[in-house]
Design a protein around this ligand. Sequence first.
Ligand SMILES: *[C@@H]1O[C@H](CO)[C@@H](O)[C@H](O)[C@H]1NC(C)=O
Ligand SMILES: *[C@@H]1O[C@H](CO)[C@@H](O)[C@H](O)[C@H]1NC(C)=O
Ligand SMILES: *[C@@H]1O[C@H](CO)[C@@H](O)[C@H](O)[C@H]1NC(C)=O
Ligand SMILES: *[C@@H]1O[C@H](CO)[C@@H](O)[C@H](O)[C@H]1NC(C)=O
Ligand SMILES: *[C@@H]1O[C@H](CO)[C@@H](O)[C@H](O)[C@H]1NC(C)=O
Length: 519
Amino acid sequence: MRSLRLFWALIPLLSTAAARLPTVTLKDAVYVGTTTHVASATATVDKFLGIPYATTPERFRAARPRPPGSLFVNATEQPPACIQQSSSESSPESEDCLFLNVFAPHLGCGKPKAEKAVMLWFYGGALSFGSITDVDGSSFAANQDIILVACNYRLGVFGFPGNVSGLSPDELNPGFRDQKMAMRWIQENISRFGGDPTKVTIFGESAGAVSADSHLISELSDHPPFRAAILQSGGLHTFNRVALGVGVSVTGMGTGNKAGEAPFLTLAKYLNCSEENAVPCLQSKPMALVKSAVLTLNLLFSPVDDGGKTSVADTDSARRAGRTARVPVLVGSTFMEGNIFSDKTLQQKTLEGWADVIYPNNPTAAAAVVNAYSVGSSWQAQTPDDAVRLLHSDFHFACTTTYDSNIMATIDIPTWRYLFNASLPSGLASHGSEISFVFGDPQSTPANQELSAKIQGAWADFAKDPSSGPGWTKYSPTTPSLGDLGGEGDRASITVIDPAVVDSRCSVFWDAYDPSRPR
Ligand SMILES: *[C@@H]1O[C@H](CO)[C@@H](O)[C@H](O)[C@H]1NC(C)=O
Ligand SMILES: *[C@@H]1O[C@H](CO)[C@@H](O)[C@H](O)[C@H]1NC(C)=O
Ligand SMILES: *[C@@H]1O[C@H](CO)[C@@H](O)[C@H](O)[C@H]1NC(C)=O
Ligand SMILES: *[C@@H]1O[C@H](CO)[C@@H](O)[C@H](O)[C@H]1NC(C)=O
Ligand SMILES: *[C@@H]1O[C@H](CO)[C@@H](O)[C@H](O)[C@H]1NC(C)=O
């Protein structure tokens, strides 16, 4: 295994020059990391890349903890990504991918005080692609005195095979279970890096927010392995109610999914596996064959309801019934999420056509959507294309965060909302454009550098003291407030505005979101 090569060479090194390298002793190995600096700060950062948090997983099955050991591991190289549901192979991929990266303020000599706040990042990518190599937590560690951890988790058919016979009902959604293993790893190990396991915040963007949300509704003990969550442009609701329906027409992902058949079985049949034998048969196929068949068939794999162990289909009812970890939440979206959708896909249909996709059997509700997004109804909807783009921006992302935060606030979850609206050279702030600001690398104007520092500071303040919030007024439907990050009030700062800016059109979607209401 790549990162478990024995580095006998390290032993003599450890006693001499390399003694200055950061070293952490865990039960399974001694990890030797490296140090780094960021331009904006003087603090030194210890960087441990590619720490395994579980054993090499068996395909489609839940991961297992690692046995004790005493290896030396050179934790200085990026680990492979999990298998991507994408044909471009930009970086190494492997089924042996359950690694995490740790970025921590430099440890002095002796035993560290385990007192620092910890943030665990889940990447986005439709639960189908993404990897921890995409983010660098050095800026968080150096500028905020925070320990930033990012974990890989399995994707697509490897992470979300579905509920098919042959898979244990206790092991469904292995991708979410991977994340839970990483959370457990933090509970048991982060003190060695100077982190306090009682001060963990989970966060993620898009499918990463879907992931964090799945832990909110499944970690119900009095002591969940986190004490706060940040949901950037996504929630479990988004996946269950939106991505699998209208989302397929817009993203083009999952056009091969068949009504009434689990995509796992569609895949099995295509690879000449019998239905009864689908799991062992697909386990025996070469990874590259499984990967290319998924791409050929264009299947979308998504979490299944496992009775709340890791996921539920009806997030709203679960939350309304109080089935949620009672921790503070920061939730928000970007000003024009819909810019990630290509013109070509959006132009497949007119505004009326899209309204019909959202409300196939409800002309009254569809007419309300058309009315809310008609050309000229707002300055963002001056042309037919822009009107359709705004509709998708709201339907998929902005209004789902409104919907979720309303439910959270109603059940007394301390909730803060934001809107990311930096002025970007590429145009209006689109889906995912806030990530580089959160991680402190906006590579842009001085105003955006300043904004980035403030956004990262707000995220860190929230992680350090969740009940005090990120620095602006707590949200409730009766005290509507929203942090406008880089918006019209001050392009380099955060101003508090009325969330009507986001919410005014959303009510036309409530019926489409709410599974208990008729379509
Ligand atoms: C650890 O890995 C890095 C990056 O590949 C390499 O430069 C370094 O020499 C390795 N250290 C040892 C002791 O093998
Ligand atoms: C660290 O995490 C691993 C993997 O979950 C676990 O087996 C181990 O007991 C933990 N604790 C230490 C101190 O290594
Ligand atoms: C499945 O069976 C068909 C018909 O025998 C064959 O043409 C095809 O190559 C097989 N596919 C795989 C992946 O084995
Ligand atoms: C999975 O599917 C089986 C067979 O259809 C069903 O009995 C079981 O309840 C499902 N499991 C969950 C957790 O939904
Ligand atoms: C968001 O940014 C756009 C474009 O820069 C601007 O026109 C608009 O007023 C901003 N809205 C808010 C609420 O900040």
